[in-house]
Design a protein around this ligand. Structure first.
Ligand code: FAD
Length: 245
């Protein structure tokens, strides 16, 4: 079978950047639409493989990104930490209309509201992405899920989609706790400070044993969260984690 343009595999679908937001100093929000109007089907929590393809050199770079939008939404959204690596440096020059290729969805980190009535979501940085998808889904379904969100960032200006999150907090009645881990530039911050640990988890979820805990973020973060939950004697089968690295 003939290759599609740029030697892209037939499983990959072309998506255009429909909207691009420089949301925090380090994180850009990308909203994609399939060129052929296809609506990606996925469960909240899943990820896709995103490929950059250089039309001239045929160079291709592929990385995983968690979907931050809700199932059946108008766009497929990502929160991307712009670290100037191989793919993120290519995404720096993206504009509305730029084309990338997606395959998927993939992953077992899935939230099923009918299975988990009470949850604790623990997010580190852009690890908020799959939870944003889950929270929007909870609102869409009016599932009445009892949610506590613990969200760790370094500085107060790093809250991704701050207004959307605050709206979700009201709409679904979740308890949202944002903690800032660095002292610098955090004057005026009245929320939690310091890393999430067993004491902070107990403080906000005294009923932790009744909840399923979902964790997402980079490897050291996920490891630290699992250690904290182990101190609280939370059984492994009540913990789901998505590790990025
Ligand atoms: C399942 C899954 C889901 C993911 N979802 C997301 C997501 O939603 N959003 C997102 O931003 N990323 C996500 N990632 C990470 C993403 O796949 C890439 O690894 C990331 O974007 C870096 O790719 P790159 O090609 O730009 O960097 P690379 O060229 O691969 O790496 C560049 C260099 O930067 C270093 N580096 C890596 N991370 C950081 C960092 N945070 N700060 C400083 N230096 C760093 C690396 O060690 C490496 O040396 C996910 C990963 C997985 C496995």
């Amino acid at each position: 079978m003939a290759d599609s343009p740029h030697n892209i595999s037939i499983n990959q679908k072309a998506y255009k950047v429909a909207e691009l937001l420089h949301d925090t100093p380090d994180v850009d929000v990308f909203k994609f639409k399939a060129e052929d109007g296809y609506r990606l089907k996925f469960d909240p929590g899943m990820f896709v493989m995103l490929t950059y393809s250089n039309p001239d050199t045929k160079e291709k770079i592929t990385r995983a990104f968690s979907i931050a939008s809700e199932p059946e939404g108008d766009t497929v959204d990502f929160f991307i930490h712009m670290i100037h690596g191989r793919i993120t440096s290519k995404l720096e020059t993206a504009q509305v209309g730029s084309v990338y290729y997606l395959t998927g969805p993939y992953g077992q980190f899935k939230f099923k509201p009918e299975e988990d009535r009470k949850v604790l979501f623990i997010a580190g940085g852009t690890g908020l992405a799959p939870f944003m998808s889950m929270l929007k889904y909870i609102r869409k379904l009016k599932s009445g899920t009892d949610v506590v969100l613990l969200y760790s960032i370094r500085f107060p200006n790093e809250i991704i989609r701050k207004e959307e999150l605050e709206q979700l907090e009201k709409d679904i009645g979740m308890k949202m706790v944002i903690t800032v881990t660095r002292q610098e530039n955090s004057e005026g911050w009245n929320g939690e400070k310091g890393h999430i640990d067993d004491a902070m988890i107990s403080k906000y979820t005294p009923d932790i044993m009744d909840r399923t805990t979902y964790i997402c973020g980079p490897l050291p973060f996920v490891k630290a969260m699992k250690d904290s939950l182990a101190k609280l004697k939370v059984p492994n089968e009540k913990i789901k984690a998505d590790v990025w690295g």
